[in-house]
Design a protein. Structure first.
Length: 582
């Protein structure tokens, strides 16, 4: 299955504002209050110009100045209420925006935890970070700052249109005529603008991935004195980002000057035609003032809509990138079969074939049985498929065809918790978390998660692991960073080893577990392996053949085949023949 986010077609193409609003439908109470505040704000803003026009015609021109004072007091109250309703809108939508970004990021994290290893192999972590942080922030800004302003502007524009057409139909049509041109202009350019914003966010994600990759490997660049490569690579990425942002800025800023120009035409039309109507007696001066104010109140929010629309397009582009992640489904499905499969082996491969998404065939028609309590070794040249076979045993992947049985049952029938309890897997590059040695060795361990230091030490002693704590200055309290830069690779592997053993697995898979460990530490680990419970099935992948001398069976993995080679001496001979065919 293809999990590349840059090639993955979204099954639900974002269709507009309705798609974004679906993210906040659970905030019904706050949305209702915000909507009421918008309506009150809109009504009061609409009443202002009419009251001013009425005051001019009935009080100011006739000299009834006491009426002007009374109306001024009324307008003051109206504008105070407008202030508080505007504040209420911003306050409520700000809370909604913060809740949205919190829940949305949790949804993305939850989705990422559901996706298979293939997904992370096909996508760069820097791009995923950009989607989680940068893209969700775009949505937060839109909902917190622009959505209420967008709704208020639309409500005000609609109300002003109705007021103007009701007061004087012809003058109202003259005022609204440029707005139709604005509508057509926006409709034509919106797809182009959204495509530019989508491309800009994609390039921003790629840039984030480039920076992270370069920083992660900076030590290698220093060791080989290739800082120039680092500079050139990032310079190219920055230049691409600069060009993209330049065109995106042009696309986003093209609306405002056009809106502003047409707004000027509208105000000019109102003045020219309105003065003509006043001269012919069809319109009063106060009503012309009201119309002029209404024209400003119509086109000012319309000009602001240019900015809101730009942010809406940016939010749509961000949501499209996020929805790609949320729409993905894992191909490692939990299945329930009615057919019972009998097997005498603890792990059994039946006609297993496996290939990666790029079409590379790694394993072909594999039939393999691993008996409970025995020790097995997988050897072979680099790239032969050893780690892939072990990953299939742990169900990090599913076979392309065929079936894998775990303890007599299809491995796909186990849920994640049950399967992880049965299988211990020490990877070539184990990962540590921020915290102490104790935090790391008890990570995800439901049996001993509540153990204090004393009980944990007794447990380690029972399992012959206590000696390994001597490698750490402060024992279980030794602090470790998530990058593991403060300890050696060998000690990282030691912690991973302890963590796996403490889970009491029924099968323990060691994938080059001693590759970064010195001879003394390796002897300690070998002593622990020798004292593992007799019913544990042990699978060791190793290039150092001295680590598999005690294996009950040795399999040679290469060219898509897994072949039983017999004794240790035969395995050494087989490996030499493969590596030196002449």
């Amino acid at each position: 299955m293809n999990y590349n986010l840059h090639q993955f077609p979204s099954p639900r193409k974002p269709s507009g504002l309705k798609t974004l609003l679906s993210l906040i439908t659970h905030e019904k109470r706050n949305l209702v209050i915000t909507s009421l505040a918008i309506l009150v704000n809109c009504f009061l803003n609409l009443s202002g110009p009419y009251i001013i026009g009425y005051t001019i015609d009935n009080f100011l021109i006739t000299g009834k100045y006491h009426g002007v004072v009374a109306i001024s007091g009324l307008l003051l109250i109206i504008y105070i209420i407008i202030f508080f309703t505007s504040y209420l809108q911003g306050r409520l939508m700000g809370n909604i925006g913060q809740k949205l970004i919190y829940k949305l990021r949790n949804r993305i994290f939850s989705k990422l935890q559901e996706l298979p290893i293939t997904f992370f192999q096909q996508n760069k972590s820097g791009d995923l970070i950009a989607r989680i942080n940068h893209d969700t922030e775009k949505l937060d800004v839109f909902f917190s700052q622009y959505l209420t302003q967008l709704a208020s502007s639309i409500a005000l524009i609609s109300g002003v249109s109705i007021f103007m057409l009701s007061l004087h139909l012809k003058l109202g049509l003259v005022t609204l005529a440029p707005a139709f041109i604005i509508f057509l202009f926006t409709k034509l350019l919106s797809p182009w603008t959204q495509s530019k914003n989508s491309l800009s966010l994609k390039i921003a994600g790629d840039l984030s991935a480039q920076v992270k990759e370069s920083l992660d490997n900076f030590e290698v660049m220093v060791a080989f004195n290739r800082r120039d490569y680092f500079r050139k690579r990032l310079a190219t990425a920055y230049q691409k980002s600069y060009q993209s942002n330049l065109y995106t800025g042009l696309a986003n800023n093209i609306f405002f000057p056009v809106y502003n120009l047409l707004s000027g035409f509208a105000q000019l039309g109102v003045l020219v035609y309105g003065i003509n109507l006043v001269m012919t007696g069809e319109l009063t001066i106060g009503l012309l003032v009201s119309f002029t104010t209404y024209c400003i109140n119509f086109y000012n929010p319309l000009k602001q809509l240019a900015n809101y629309w730009t942010n809406f397009q940016l939010a749509m582009a961000a949501w499209e990138r996020i929805s790609h992640v949320l729409s993905m489904e894992t191909n490692l499905k939990h299945v329930t079969t009615s057919q019972t499969v009998q097997s005498s082996a603890f792990i059994e491969f039946k006609q297993v074939n496996f290939e990666y998404c790029d079409g590379r065939k790694i394993l072909k028609d594999i039939n393999l049985k691993l008996i409970k309590g025995k020790k097995y070794a997988l050897i072979g040249p680099t790239g032969g498929g050893k780690t892939t076979a072990a990953s299939l045993m742990a169900r990090l992947y599913d076979p392309t065809t065929g079936i894998i049985l775990l303890d007599g049952k299809d491995i796909r029938e186990y849920d994640c918790i049950e399967r992880s309890q049965k299988i211990g897997f020490i990877l070539q590059e184990p990962f540590l978390f921020n915290g102490t040695v104790k935090d790391n060795i008890l990570y995800g361990n439901q049996y001993y998660s509540n153990y204090d230091h004393e009980n944990l030490k007794l447990l380690l002693k029972e399992k012959n692991i206590e000696e390994l704590l001597s490698f750490f200055d402060e024992g279980l309290n030794t602090n470790i960073s998530s990058l593991g830069k403060d300890i050696s690779l060998g000690l990282i592997q030691v912690i991973a080893f302890i963590r796996a053993v403490l889970r009491n697995p029924e099968i323990l898979i060691l994938d080059e577990a001693t590759a970064n460990i010195d001879t003394v530490t390796e002897q300690y680990l070998q002593k622990i392996i020798d004292h593992l419970p007799e019913d544990i099935t042990l699978v060791t992948i190793a290039h150092r053949l001295n680590t598999i001398q005690d294996a009950d069976e040795i399999f040679f993995v290469n060219h898509g085949n897994i072949t039983l080679v017999g004794s240790f001496e035969e395995a050494v001979t087989k490996l030499k023949q493969e590596l030196n065919p002449q």
